[in-house]
Design a protein. Structure first.
Lengths: 189, 123
């Protein structure tokens, strides 16, 4: 009986030790505190196109210096603002992920959304046509004045339908572009 | 008259083991490492976020969405690809953030953050 009790105690201790302490998705700080590597672009509250490109260049150099190939960035047809790229995993994923996260928070994380929010998103015409067609097939009544993600979400009264249509049509319209598609439903107006 | 139940030691150990398994099963089910689509509300000291993810057959998606509260940080989201690498982290605003990845292989998990320096939550 004693042996059984010990076995139970060991199993429970092992499992509770492995379980997440608190699935809270956050630490106690509620805001964002940029690392010093991003202050130069964020200190005046605005990020210009040149500053965003510089930050992206620093981020990509950081990832490449860590030993991972990164493609040259291109502007996303989803908003004509965000620069997108492919990163190639080499070796252990956890080492790669840590390196990319470190480079991201050091150089780019808060600069990119600050830049995108300050500018008007315009979806590229071929993608816009494909997304319109997809949404119509979902029964959405379009105004034909939709120019970006927010416009489409407003007509569809759903962000989810728009995300579904953009990602579904993405590879058909742009088969050679990076597979990860950042989508921001930001209110810039 | 007193009836004494005296299980043989092996049976006692087996029963205790079974009890332990039943006790730990819910814990195993609720760990972050489970597959894509472990959608739920997660709590922070400043509010609540809803984390969700899925796979449509051609693309995987993850969304971090504010449910309530006054958390000031930018929400962000990413995906764990089938090879274990994380996709680029997409920062939205304080209300919502989406990450998507086109591939016929389903992502393993959605990744969610309540602010830039926050801990990651898996879905």
């Amino acid at each position: 009986m004693r042996k059984a009790t010990i076995i139970v105690a060991v199993i429970l201790a092992a499992v509770t030790g492995c379980a997440p302490a608190r699935p809270d998705g956050g630490q106690e700080s509620s805001g964002d505190i940029p690392l010093p590597g991003q202050d130069w672009a964020l200190k005046d509250g605005k990020v210009s196109t040149a500053e965003y490109r510089t930050a992206m260049g620093r981020f990509i150099s950081c990832v490449r210096d860590a030993g991972y190939p990164v493609s040259d960035p291109v502007r996303s047809p989803a908003d004509n603002l965000t620069l997108i790229y492919d990163m190639t995993l080499k070796g252990k994923p956890n080492v790669f992920n840590k390196a990319v996260q470190r480079c991201n928070t050091a150089h780019l994380s808060l600069i990119e959304p600050t830049f995108v929010e300050a500018h008007t998103q315009v979806m590229a015409t071929p993608l816009r046509a494909a997304v319109s067609d997809c949404l119509r097939h979902k029964g959405v009544a379009l105004t034909h004045r939709e120019h970006n993600l927010m416009d489409f979400a407003s007509s569809a009264q759903s962000e989810t339908k728009v995300v579904d249509c953009v990602t579904k049509r993405w590879t058909k319209v742009y088969p050679t572009l990076p597979a990860a598609v950042p989508l921001r439903f930001t209110a810039w107006r | 008259m007193t009836v004494k139940f005296a299980w043989p030691t092996r049976k006692t150990a087996a029963a205790a083991g079974m009890t332990a398994m039943l006790a730990i099963a819910p814990l195993l089910i609720s760990t972050d490492a489970q597959a894509l689509g472990n959608n739920r509300t997660v709590e922070r000291s400043c509010g609540k976020n809803y984390v969700s993810s899925g796979f449509t057959g051609r693309q995987s998606w993850a969304q971090t969405q504010k449910s309530s509260g006054d958390c000031a940080g930018r929400l962000s989201a990413a995906l764990v690809r089938s090879d274990g690498a994380w996709t680029a982290r997409v920062y939205g605003n304080s209300s919502s953030a989406y990450a998507t990845h086109n591939s016929t292989s389903s992502a393993r998990n959605g990744l969610h953050w309540g602010c830039d320096a926050c801990n990651v939550t898996y879905s």
